[in-house]
Design a protein around this ligand. Sequence first.
Ligand code: HEM
Length: 391
Amino acid sequence: MSRLRMALTTGCMARPLVSLLLAAALALSGGLIASPACAAAASSAAMMERAAPPGAARLPGYLRQNNAERAKVQPGNNAPMWRDIKQHTGFSSLPDPEAGVLIQPQAAYPGSAFTSAGEAWRQTRNRLLIPVGGWLLIIAAAGIGVFYMLRGKIRLEHKPTGRKIERFTPFERFMHWVLAFSFIALAVSGIVIMFGKFFLLPILGSAFFGWLTYALKTIHNFVGPLFGLSLVIVLLTFVRDNLPSKKDLAWLAKGGGLFGGREAPSARFNAGEKIWFWVGVLFFGLLAVASGLVLDKLVPNFSYTRGAMQVAEIVHVSTTILLMAMAFGHIYIGSIGMEGALDGMRTGYVDESWAKQHHALWLDDINAGKIPAQRSGQSVQAPVPMVKPKS
Ligand code: HEM
């Protein structure tokens, strides 16, 4: 027997029309969104409940009453029926794994009460993910701003020599920028989807905000797989030079030279970059992509139940928030935070004095011939703009 049918047979003979409307509204909204019909029915039920004889809830056996018994002491209170519906899965010939489930069973997600899973997910999103995630992003951005004001840009200690060393091949740069631009598109659209109602809706009004959010959500869904593909290629491209080494400990012990003192010598990538690579790009990045592909319904043979989508959404939001917070730091140090860093990713070449200051072990290996100074087919003498000598 389907849940809908059960609702009508077991329950609520006192108010069949209200029950039918309520059941239809819940079925249409997937049990997650309170539709206006559902809200209206619920509020009229609440009004009737208020009009119920005082003390009904204290009658002996109140919690064991069936719907017909409840209707006698509290007309309009259909709680026994809905409680019963939550316990059963019905049958439906529709090709959906949950077509026979009208209301998900009880569940608790982080920060939520133990209640119907749809409501638990809503509570997790509204009470935990939105406030904690929002504040984390604000604090990360503000922290970088304060750091920039206190420490300023990390300058080159010695004048550029004019001798160029190839840091990234054209393929490495291309893949990095595909990853970076797809990430920015996802971050901007994701922030509007999640937090836009707080800062854009009051400015834009609901008509334009609704249109914009829908457009950004569509972009988000299509750019996600491109980000995933470029993420995997970037991971494979850079994994070898991000393998941990004992020398990373010395670099970490000196805080990368950020808090005074000189930077400990590092190989092609320093310990900070390696943490970004393994924790940010690999761990959070892959989790964000995997959960995003589930939300996009692109994983073949996956059972797309409401519970699975709720878990995927919670994983997606948590990992993308942490990835964005870490990316703020990466983007800062790769652009305005360090003189000469962007040149490597922009042109492919860095000046020898930059390499000596920030990646001395890498430069040593190049000078010793262990690493080819020129890895791509381009000429070393290519007229690429480098860090300009200070006059
Ligand atoms: C506008 C945004 C971005 C800027 C300005 C930027 C800048 C840079 C720069 C300058 C480097 C070279 C650092 C060096 O020479 O040691 C670099 C390396 C790298 N970037 Fe980005 N980046 C951006 C976004 C991203 C994003 C979104 C990701 C990943 C999700 C990413 C992943 C990497 C990786 C994996 C490396 C290689 C270094 C390592 O393995 O840690 N970048 N980036």
